[in-house]
Design a protein around this ligand. Structure first.
Ligand code: ZN
Length: 482
């Protein structure tokens, strides 16, 4: 049996060893003694004590390394833990100084930094330098600015108050250009303008020169101007405070030297964000209108009038406060008026005589006072379709009978021509005129002035060419005139 063999071998070995090392005898003899059992119990106690101490030590080490710490949060998000709460403040201060140096102006940090009591091991905590770097990544800043407000709205953001004041002064100077500021009673802004100190993103700060330009030009709007008598490109551009170039650019098809009345011009007028309002006291002479007196006369028809005495304007010296916005007059308050010259009333005579019917009467009267210079019919081998009455240019031409005007205008050899339709197939022609007093569609009575003798068309001297036609066929006027 191998077990028996082993036990025997063990015994042999122990005995052998006993013989070789007599000192070991004591030790080995105790293996099976009660003394040996007692020793084992002591060893268990010892091991237990060692474990407890170890746990206490490890716990102490943990307590030592994971002491009180503060979790630093930027806008509620934790960025690290610090042991000393004070370094949060100093890191923030250093960050402020760093930004201040970079921005070259006062700054304000834009994030909220909080610290919550926590625990952390020595490895977990960060120092002030690390905290500052973390802050740089997480915390932004705004800079101190001086913003210009107009009527409550911000129009420009500048770095310094001096810059803002310079903008306002430049705007003022721009709109006062060409005026005598010393004569101004008042120079203010039309809007409620104020400069406010506030904190803004650094990118919002505008460049001084650009701000001035922007405030002066502002946005543009579409406007038009209807050309009136006496207008020129120069006077229109001056009126709207715009350059001739701008006016030309807005109206590329208009020839400035050929302005026509009622032509509508496009105006692109600068619309400043801030306007300068001035009040100046002006002394000037103004017209005093004349009144009109009316007299009546039975020598004129009811629809006729005649100026007997021409009215004359008077003159007065006016002192007024003129308010202008960017050089354009806004209002005028008269302070005093002094008459220099009294106006002269006009006397107008109105007719009372009944107006003859404005239709054909069947008979014809001579249309003008003049010498019969050419008769109806054959003349130098050509047929003359009317009669010629020689008279000086400007002599009144009257309707030979009542009727309706059907033609006013130039027509070939007739030159300036008027045709009157008298009804019943009769029409009359008045050629070579210098002037018209009627227009197409007017109803005229017999003897009413319709134009003036002239020398227009194919004519060899001032005269009226007069025709009477029946159903379009020229008749000999002499057969009808009475
Ligand atoms: Zn003729």
């Amino acid at each position: 049996m191998p077990e028996i063999k082993l036990r025997e071998m063990y015994k042999d070995c122990v005995n052998g060893l006993k013989n070789i090392f007599p000192k070991l005898k004591d030790k080995f003899s105790g293996f099976s003694s009660p003394k040996f059992a007692k020793k084992i119990v002591n060893k268990k106690r010892f091991l237990f004590s060692v474990s407890a101490v170890t746990i206490v030590i490890i716990f102490s080490i943990y307590i030592y390394f994971s002491g009180i710490a503060y979790a630093v949060k930027v806008n509620g998000v934790e960025i690290g833990k610090v042991r000393d709460k004070k370094i949060i403040g100093t890191a923030q201060k250093k960050l402020e100084e760093f930004y201040q140096q970079a921005a070259q102006t006062n700054i304000m940090l834009t994030a909220e930094v909080t610290a919550d009591k926590s625990r952390a091991s020595r490895k977990e905590v960060i120092n002030e330098t690390q905290l500052l770097e973390a802050f740089k990544k997480q915390i932004n800043f705004t800079v101190e600015t001086h913003s210009i407000y107009a009527d409550g709205g911000v129009i420009a953001v500048l770095k310094t108050k001096e810059d803002a004041d310079n903008v306002l002064e430049a705007v003022k100077q721009y709109f006062l250009k060409g005026t005598d500021a010393t004569k101004m009673k008042e120079i203010t802004f039309a809007e409620a303008v104020e400069v406010k100190q506030e904190y803004n993103d650094i990118n919002k700060i505008m460049i001084l020169d650009e701000v001035i330009d922007f405030v002066i030009k502002g946005t543009t709007e579409e406007r038009t101007h209807k050309v009136q008598s006496g207008d020129s490109f120069w006077s229109i551009s001056k009126k709207y405070n715009m350059s001739m170039d701008d006016l030309t650019r807005a109206n590329p098809t208009v020839n400035p030297s050929k302005l026509k009345i009622d032509l509508v011009l496009n105006l692109v007028i600068p619309k400043p964000l801030i306007s300068v309002k001035t009040v100046e006291t002006l002394t000037y002479t103004a017209q005093i209108p004349y009144e009109q007196k009316v007299e009546f006369s039975d020598s004129l028809y009811k629809d006729q009038t005649n100026v007997k005495v021409k009215g004359e304007y008077g003159e007065k010296e006016v002192v007024a406060d003129v308010t202008k916005i960017n050089g354009i007059e806004e209002s005028r308050a008269v302070l005093s008026e002094k008459e220099i010259k009294a106006p002269k009333p006009q006397i107008l005579v109105k007719g009372t005589k009944a107006v003859p019917p404005k239709k054909g009467t069947g008979t014809f009267a001579y249309p003008t006072r003049g010498r019969l210079s050419s008769k109806f019919g054959q003349r130098w081998g050509r047929s003359h379709t009317g009669i010629d009455l020689a008279a000086p240019i400007g002599t009144a031409v009257n309707a030979a009978d009542g009727g309706v005007i059907t033609w006013v205008g130039t027509k070939g050899a007739y030159g300036k021509l008027i045709i009157v339709d008298h009804g019943g197939g009769f029409t009359s022609y008045y050629g070579h005129l210098s002037k018209y007093n009627v227009k197409v569609g007017d109803k005229v009575h017999k003897g009413q002035k319709i134009g003036a003798v002239g020398n227009t068309g194919r004519s060899t001297g001032p005269h009226l060419h007069f025709e009477i036609r029946k159903n379009g066929v020229p008749q000999n006027p002499l057969n009808y005139l009475k």
